[in-house]
Every structure is written in structure tokens, then in C-alpha cells.
Write a protein that binds this ligand. Structure first.
Ligand code: FAD
Length: 407
């Protein structure tokens, strides 16, 4: 069986490892010049050297919000970072490169190769790939396709606020945020309370005059933030130079940063693939967020939200490879469609169901879940300082958390 893998980020590389381990031939198509996807920090914004939108949304100050103990592929720990748990994007990127080298994935990756079309023919997949260096297109054929192109690259900006277009200051999405310097001495509005909204508010506050942080997350209100960050409720309208919030307060602004999330984009999937994308946020119909129920020889890896992604993407890849090995078809009576990519509170059930139901594969060890819940609790209780902690996993049951003695 020959498999096309679209994208060489965390999901695509997990997929390539598991394909090769199981004796499947695979080609990984990657539109950029490097592995790592989101984790490749690129100071450029806008278009790349090929005229395509920059893929990565990584900002320079990022520290991971999970310890490295949850950010590694199975049986491939981080090396030489014994006394830190929370990492910079550069450290994660280096790890991903080491992983690629160790599992000899590089010879299976075609860089600067943009997948522009995937079509289902009678019993084969036709993939059209543009070689961005030579500007030539090639048609290739595969038995299966694994879609791993990520979902944190296309900005979602709400367009429902009156006056947005009249505002004359800077307006950017977090996708285009890299460093705080352009916002020096400005009054900046940050919209959205996800991890990027929190990180970028704190980063911008280092140089800005004043940051207004508009969100509806009550849990953030009693957390420690720098003095020049003011919490604000939702927005009612904008004028040329101001914003008015729903509590009728209004402030003068120089810039707005939308930390309002991303759209899923699958521009290369043609109708014959049998996939619908609803409101740019829900791919239908997928069994367990992985298998295309209309054409099961197409799988999706990495399309779940907000979890410890390295072990889970690896689990999804192992599940899907096993699915292909067993030659399952669209008629299996256990296939059911999911209606959300947010796994949230059902994370453990989701992971167990991948490993222990119709397909039997090695589950993710419970200690990984325990460490994840421990990290969530630590973050809740030590919002400003949790990243100085070091996680030590002792055995399959126990971990402890070491705090920075100077903190
Ligand atoms: P991506 O990393 O987006 O990789 C997709 C790849 O596909 C890219 O290399 C892209 O170039 C390629 N591609 C896309 N379209 C095509 C095409 N048509 N043809 C060929 N190639 C294509 N997760 C954590 O676990 N911890 C964190 O602390 C954390 N912080 C984050 C911070 C930010 C700012 C963001 C945006 C995300 C963060 N994440 C974090 C989530 C992160 O996205 C995942 O960890 C993971 O990197 C997603 O991997 P992926 O392979 O699904 O997608």
C-alpha cells in the first residue's frame, strides 16, 4: 500500500513513522522547506518566498503550556533538557528535527511541494502536487491519503462588530503576531482569552502604554497580570480611534490584535473525496475524528482541539494504520460520525476508545493523563509561575513536581 501524507508537522511525522514501521510506503508532501509546521518560528508575516501565505502562527515569546513530558512522541524523549519542562518553540522544533532524523523520515519527505488537488477516482487517489521550486505540477496516485495539514494557520476574525472597518489604527490577527516591539508606547486592544490571547497580552504589555484585554473568561479576572493590563468585557462597536465595550466604557486605541482562533482549511480536497467542511470548523463525516466515512482510505490526523497533541496524534496515526491494515470498509457497523473536534472532558474516553474498542492497539499510559490533569491544576493555582516547575515522572503511576527554588 502506498500512502500520501499531506504536511510534515507533528501529525504528518507521527503518521510517516507509523506507516514505515508497518511496512507501508509513504510520501510526505510539505509545502515549506522544513519539518515542524506550527513550531517553525518565522519572523516573516504575509507571503513566503513562493507567494503563499506563511503557515506558522508561532510568536517568539512562546513557552509551551504543557511540560515536555507531554510533548513527546512515544519512546523518543527530549535529550539534554533534564531540568526544564516548559519549552521555547525553538526547543520543540529541534526535538521534531531530531525525531525526523532518528526515524529516517527525511528521505520520505518532499519539501517545497504543495498539494493542490486530491480526487477520488474509481479505486485510487489522484494527488496533484506543485513543485514550488520548479513551478511544475505532477500527478501521482496513492492507495490511501492521510490529511495532516493542521488547523492553526488560517485566521478567524469575527466580522460582526460595527465600525471595524472605520478603525484607522493597526489591526492584526495573532497569526501575524511575532514580537511586541511594533506596539511600543501604544494603547493596544487584545481580543480573545485563549492561550494566545493571554500570552500576547503579557508580551505586548512589556512595551505598550496600556493593554485592554477583552474577554469573557471570569477565571482570568483574579489572576495576576502586569499593572498596565486592564480586563474589559465584550465589544459593542469601534470608531475611527476608539472602542466601546458592552459596559459602555470607551477607550482610545492605536492597535487591535485579534486572538480569535483559526479556521480549518482543506482547499485541496475535491468533492469526490466525500468530505464537507461546515462553517470552516467541522469536517464531516469522520469516524472518531479520523476516518472519512465516505471514503475510508482517507484519514485525518491532528483535527482535535487543545490537548497533549504529540501522544494523541501518534495514537490516531496508529489507529488509522491498523484500520488500513485490516482493510475495513465504509460498511462496518461500528462506524459513527462525530459532530465536534473538541474532545475536552471526553479526552480519556476518546483515547481509550481508539485503543481498546474495535481496533486493539497499545493505549496511551495513564500516567500521561495524570500528568496532564496535574498540569491543568498547577496552571489554575499558579497562573503566573507554573512554567518554572519541573515535572518528574517516576514510574507508570507517579510523578512529582519540582519548583524553582528561587521562585
Ligand atoms: P501543523 O503544525 O500546522 O503542520 C501542518 C503542516 O502541513 C505544515 O508544515 C504545513 O506547511 C503543511 N501543509 C499545509 N498545507 C499543505 C499543502 N496543501 N501541501 C503540503 N503541505 C501542506 N500544542 C501543544 O501541545 N503545546 C503548546 O504549547 C502549543 N502551543 C501552541 C502555540 C501556538 C501559537 C499555536 C498556533 C499552536 C500551539 N499548539 C500547542 C498546537 C500545535 O498546533 C500543535 O502542537 C501541532 O503543532 C499541530 O501539528 P499539525 O501537524 O497538526 O499541524
Amino acid at each position: 500500500m502506498k500512502i500520501a501524507i499531506i504536511g510534515a508537522g507533528v501529525a504528518g511525522l507521527a503518521s510517516a513513522r507509523r506507516c514505515l514501521e508497518n511496512g507501508f510506503e509513504c510520501v510526505v508532501f510539505e509545502r515549506t522547506k522544513r519539518v515542524g509546521g506550527t513550531w517553525v518560528y518565522d519572523e516573516r508575516i504575509g507571503l513566503d518566498e513562493f507567494g503563499l501565505p506563511i503557515h506558522t502562527s508561532m510568536y517568539k515569546c512562546l513557552m509551551t503550556n504543557l511540560p515536555k513530558e507531554l510533548m513527546n512522541y512515544p519512546n523518543f524523549p527530549y535529550k539534554g533538557l533534564d531540568n526544564v519542562s516548559f519549552l521555547t518553540p525553538f526547543q520543540v522544533q529541534e526535538y521534531i528535527e531530531q525525531f525526523t532524523k532518528h526515524f529516517k523520515l527525511i528521505q520520505h519527505i518532499r519539501f517545497c511541494s504543495l498539494v493542490t488537488s486530491v480526487e477520488r477516482l474509481t479505486n485510487i487517489w489522484q494527488v496533484i502536487v506543485e513543485d514550488l521550486m520548479t513551478k511544475t505540477a505532477r500527478i501521482e496516485y496513492f492507495d490511501a491519503v492521510m490529511v495532516c495539514n493542521g488547523h492553526n494557520a488560517v485566521p478567524r476574525i469575527p466580522d460582526d462588530k460595527p465600525g471595524m472597518n472605520e478603525f484607522v489604527g493597526i489591526q492584526i490577527h495573532s497569526h501575524d503576531y511575532r514580537v511586541p516591539e511594533p506596539f511600543k508606547n501604544m494603547n493596544v486592544l487584545i481580543i480573545g482569552s485563549g492561550p494566545s490571547g493571554v500570552d500576547i497580552s503579557v508580551d505586548v504589555a512589556k512595551v505598550a502604554n496600556q493593554v485592554y484585554f477583552s474577554h469573557n473568561n471570569p477565571k482570568l479576572l483574579d489572576k495576576e497580570f502586569p499593572d498596565n493590563i486592564a480586563h474589559k468585557p465584550a465589544i459593542e462597536y469601534f470608531t475611527e480611534k476608539t472602542v466601546c465595550f458592552i459596559d459602555k466604557t470607551s477607550v482610545a486605541l492605536d492597535a487591535i490584535i485579534y486572538c480569535t482562533g483559526f479556521k480549518i482549511a482543506l482547499p485541496f480536497l475535491k468533492p469526490s473525496c466525500g468530505i464537507n467542511l461546515i462553517n470552516d470548523e467541522l469536517i464531516t463525516s469522520l469516524h472518531k475524528n479520523i476516518v472519512n466515512m465516505n471514503n475510508p482510505s482517507m484519514g485525518f490526523i491532528g483535527f482535535i482541539n487543545m490537548n497533549f497533541v504529540f501522544p494523541i496524534f501518534d495514537l490516531q496515526a496508529r489507529y488509522y494504520i491498523e484500520f488500513l491494515r485490516n482493510n475495513y470498509s465504509a460498511n462496518e457497523n461500528w462506524m459513527t460520525a462525530v459532530n465536534t473536534h473538541v474532545v475536552g472532558h471526553y479526552l480519556l474516553e476518546y483515547c481509550k476508545s481508539l485503543a481498546l474498542e474495535e481496533i486493539k492497539i497499545e493505549p496511551i499510559p495513564m500516567i500521561i493523563f495524570r500528568t496532564y490533569w496535574g498540569c491543568q491544576k498547577l496552571r489554575e493555582e499558579n497562573f503566573g509561575s507554573y512554567r518554572s516547575a519541573v515535572f518528574r515522572i517516576i514510574d507508570s503511576n507517579k510523578y512529582f513536581i519540582e519548583f524553582d527554588k528561587n521562585n
